[in-house]
Design a protein around this ligand. Structure first.
Ligand code: GLY
Length: 363
């Protein structure tokens, strides 16, 4: 999120410094699966699901511009997503979802068992039907973060890796910069995009602190031997499967309250492998390429916190939970709009911090 905003703001002429504790893009953005699937992720239409759809529509132009600016290729696969039903309960849920989403004009098709088997023969024989979302796609998030860093630097942003942000500096009027482990960085605008760590910058007044907590997601990747077992992203009530062009097949993900314990557990790995094999028994003999865990930054209502705080010059872009990769283009565009025009775009208002601090004075 920080890199996407930096690229956008530097393009718009702001002087930007990205302060990064480790290497850029190595936390939730690295751990993610890069699924751009708002029509699968959300049960109902809300301000957040609508924002995710808006950001999805921005993705083709975002990727094209990012590839041009960075000179690197991004694996952006646009074969759509299948959401199969494995039992009667799944099927009932999917039929209700189809009915709701058709009324809302979502691009969704119901596929019979025969159609699903023709599209994805490696899915379990338990499949009963599936929903097909032609516009819900996936992107190699690691390509995105690597390209964002190059692109941001090419338009003049300064990236400071291995520099821990310790606290925000401010006086009675406004923000003055960031205190880091290696000195002070002066700035009259500071954007806190520190994900799961967003509430831990020291010295911040309570009304500027976003209620973000980490929610662990464990993932693994299988190496595809021979023909790719899947063409589409597979989203389901069990595991999701995300096939990369490189031959990696991602399997995700657990959703766990485990504090900052960011490791793969025996139970997590067991569950992912069991679910993956249930969804696609053909995966049984595939080599495991890697396993990892990441921390999704979550808020109490599951929506991100974007925009100004009561402290002049201090902004937030955090708490995107399961949709940080998806929401990056729109969040960056909103931040640019706020900083250049001084106004919060109407569609961004539901994501202001003030919803958690009802008595806070207006920004
Ligand atoms: N966006 C999928 C996940 O967070 O697991």
């Amino acid at each position: 999120m920080g890199l996407a905003i930096a690229w956008r703001l530097a393009t718009d002429g702001f002087g930007v410094t990205v302060i990064e504790r480790g290497e850029t893009g190595q936390e939730a953005s690295w751990a993610a699966a890069g699924m751009l699937v708002p029509d699968c992720e959300f049960e109902e239409t809300t301000f957040f699901s609508s924002a995710c759809r808006q950001s999805l529509r921005m993705y083709p132009a975002f990727v094209e511009a990012l590839e041009a600016e960075s000179g690197s290729r991004i694996d952006f696969r646009r074969f759509g997503t299948l959401y199969p039903a494995f039992d009667n309960r799944d099927q009932k849920n999917l039929e209700a979802r189809l009915c709701r989403q058709r009324q809302e004009g979502v691009a969704v098709h119901s596929l019979t068992l025969k159609e699903v088997r023709r599209l994805e023969p490696n899915l379990t024989s338990k499949v009963q039907m599936a929903l097909y979302y032609p516009e819900n796609n996936q992107v190699e998030n690691r390509d995105v973060v690597k390209a964002l860093r190059v692109a941001a630097e090419r338009v003049g942003a300064e990236i400071r890796p291995h520099t821990e942000a310790l606290g925000v500096l401010y006086d009675t009027e406004c923000v003055r910069g960031v205190e880091t482990a290696t000195g002070t960085v002066g700035a009259d605008i500071v954007i806190n995009a520190t994900g799961s760590w967003s509430r831990y910058l020291s010295g911040l007044p309570g009304v500027c602190s976003p209620p973000v907590r980490p929610v662990r997601g464990q993932m693994l990747a299988l190496s595809v031997v021979g023909d790719p077992p899947f063409r589409h992203t597979i989203y389901s009530s069990k595991a999701y499967l995300v096939p990369r062009t490189s031959g990696r097949l991602l399997v995700g993900a657990t959703v766990e309250e485990a504090g900052f314990k960011n490791h793969v557990t025996a139970t997590g790995a067991l569950r992912l492998l069991r679910d993956a094999i249930e969804v696609a028994p053909a995966l049984r003999d595939f080599p495991i390429e890697s396993m990892w865990a990441g921390l999704r930054p979550a808020t109490p209502d599951g929506w991100p916190v974007i925009g100004p705080t009561p402290l002049k010059g201090l902004y937030l872009a955090t708490g995107h939970y399961r949709n940080g990769i998806l929401m990056a283009p729109l969040t960056a565009a909103w931040m640019a709009e706020m900083l250049t025009g001084g106004e919060v775009p109407p569609a961004a208002r539901p994501f202001l911090l003030e919803r958690f601090h009802a008595s806070a004075p207006p920004a």
